[in-house]
Write a protein that binds this ligand. Structure first.
Ligand SMILES: Cc1cc2nc3c(=O)[nH]c(=O)nc-3n(C[C@H](O)[C@H](O)[C@H](O)COP(=O)(O)OP(=O)(O)OC[C@H]3O[C@@H](n4cnc5c(N)ncnc54)[C@H](O)[C@@H]3O)c2cc1C
Length: 498
């Protein structure tokens, strides 16, 4: 029976990060991936020769030695991940459809604050309070510092205060509250349900420096593929673990793959949705309380998306993020039962293909399992007519809103395809169709680190924080736990030359 130090289940950004870290620490590692390619939500797809991103469009914490930059440096791929900065003056646009107001916001937290104060006179004190709180949370969160991270929970007082409470107490303007809670769409949880601490752990890095990445998620997947190959990591695609056998003293001794192959390992780390982990494990080794905790997790939002090109010669075209809000209240916009208009995010970017600059527009509207509940049993190529009618109607509605925002797009936006949350589920294996895994609600105790079977671990986007940065962070924390504190610390110090 072949033996590995570690088996990593799932090859999204979390699995790739973890496999890389363990291999850099001298381990013999195997990655097991259900899909036919590695990358998970970082995967791209190509339509009419143009590559489009699925689950990675922009990130924060990249510039000025942000945590993402540090993590990439430790992994040795920082030079392969090239940022594309959004337009300084107009990179972020907030549009309120209810009274047709547009706010153009600059990049960088200090510029952002300055512009907010100019735009919303009388709110200066609240704005200062809000961003000072964000800075404090960001600085006090030990998981945002690679040398201080530990698996032990380290809660701040702000972990028990919702984002909505802070906004209601400190901010008067509805539009300003809307602007300050729009980034909830970057983790798919309502402002009334998320702690202000977790909001800022995801959002502060984006206020500080929001960037796109040249070649998007493909740049990450490609960089990892090269290094994993060099480090001798084995990868099995179209493969899952089907059985956990010879369990003694809560330690699994034998792992049977869907290919029939039997393996042993010191530890096996799941980077997949906690409910998917539980489904695959022998139930007799899990307590009722643990099973109940996991089954209570709710899904964060997913997205209905449209992908297309902008066919004009706009020389000033720069990447941007436009958030279109039909009302100030982001709680309603992230409510699955909301049957009114939803939020819509437009992302413009470009790809250089054969010396030609192709301008890309991706539109994403939050969506939930409830929207497609009648077709949950269907799969790609096997959907009923009513599903296609739903998709077509949604596309028409979204297009009209895009044209209302920018009438010039009526002639220049060419739609190449659309994806419902079922499309994402079936191509990315996203459990319960969600973009960000579980809804990380205030006071919730996630599944992370060692599982009840003692040589099994959990990490990934549902463990610490959602999004690419959160998923990678979870892998650093689990890597520390596996290689041991001292070896991990020396490793990080050497790689960061600190
Ligand atoms: C539409 C959309 C837009 C997004 N936009 C952004 C963005 O702009 N910025 C950002 O930071 N984040 C964004 N996200 C979120 C981000 O993509 C995720 O947080 C992150 O990529 C999750 O990484 P992961 O490794 O935890 O999980 P995943 O990427 O989901 O990887 C899990 C992997 O496990 C595999 N798998 C599943 N079950 C099994 C099994 N039983 N055995 C073996 N393999 C299995 C899957 O096929 C998959 O490859 C977006 C997500 C979506 C869907």
């Amino acid at each position: 029976m072949k033996h590995y130090d570690s088996i990593v289940v799932g090859s999204g950004i979390s699995g790739l990060t973890l496999a890389n870290l363990l291999a850099l620490n001298g381990q013999k590692v195997l990655i097991i991936e259900k899909s036919n390619r590695i990358g998970g939500s970082m995967s791209r797809f190509v339509k009419e020769g143009i590559p489009f991103d699925t689950g990675f469009h922009f990130t924060g914490a990249f510039l000025q030695n942000g945590i993402l930059h540090d993590m990439l440096s430790v992994l040795g791929i920082e030079n392969k991940i090239e940022p594309v900065i959004l337009s300084d003056e107009e990179g972020q646009v907030y549009v309120f459809e209810n009274d047709n107001k547009k706010y153009y916001m600059p990049n960088g937290v200090l510029h952002f604050i300055k512009k907010l104060k100019e735009t919303f006179p009388g709110e200066e004190e609240g704005i200062d309070y809000f961003f000072n709180l964000g800075k404090k949370i960001y600085e006090e969160t030990i998981s945002l510092d690679l040398l201080r991270i530990t698996e032990a929970p380290h809660a701040l007082d702000e972990d028990y205060i919702s984002l909505q409470e802070v906004l209601d107490e400190r901010i008067k303007s509805g539009h300003l509250k809307g602007i300050l809670s729009t980034l909830c769409m970057c983790y798919g949880v309502k402002p009334s349900e998320v702690s202000v601490a977790n909001h800022f752990r995801v959002a502060y890095g984006m206020y500080d420096s929001v960037v796109r990445i040249k070649k998007g998620g493909g740049a990450f997947a490609g960089a990892f593929k090269d290094t994993l190959l060099n480090l001798g990591v084995d990868i099995k695609t179209k493969c899952t673990i089907d059985e956990f056998l010879d369990i003694e003293d809560n330690i699994v001794k034998k792992f049977v793959l869907s290919t029939g192959e039997e393996l042993s390992c010191n530890q096996c780390i799941f980077t997949i949705h906690p409910k998917a982990i539980i489904e695959s494990l022998p139930k007799e080794n899990l307590t009722k309380a643990f099973l109940a905790r996991v089954s209570d997790f709710e899904p964060a939002s997913g997205f209905f998306s449209m992908f297309g090109t902008i066919e004009n010669d706009d020389k000033d075209f720069t990447p941007s993020i436009v958030s279109i809000l039909p009302s100030d209240d982001v709680n309603t916009l992230l409510e699955p039962s909301n049957d009114g208009c939803s939020a819509l995010v437009l992302m413009t970017s470009y790809e250089d293909i054969d010396n030609k600059r192709v301008r890309i527009l991706t539109a994403m509207e939050p969506s939930f399992g409830e929207d497609v509940s009648q077709w949950l049993d269907s799969s790609v190529g096997n959907r009923p007519k009513a599903y296609y009618e739903y998709k077509e109607k949604k596309e028409q509605q979204i297009k009209e809103r895009i044209f209302q925002y920018n009438p010039a797009y009526r002639d220049s936006f060419k739609v190449l395809c659309a994806a419902s949350i079922l499309t994402y589920r079936d191509y990315l294996n996203s459990y319960e169709c969600t973009a960000y895994g579980i809804k990380q609600k205030m006071g919730q105790f996630n599944v992370f680190g060692k599982l009840p079977l003692r040589n099994l671990y959990a990490c990934g986007q549902s463990s610490v924080l959602p999004g690419v940065v959160g998923a990678m962070m979870s892998s650093f924390i689990v890597a520390r736990s596996i290689v041991g504190r001292d070896d991990y610390t020396n490793f990080i110090k050497t790689r960061l030359r600190r």
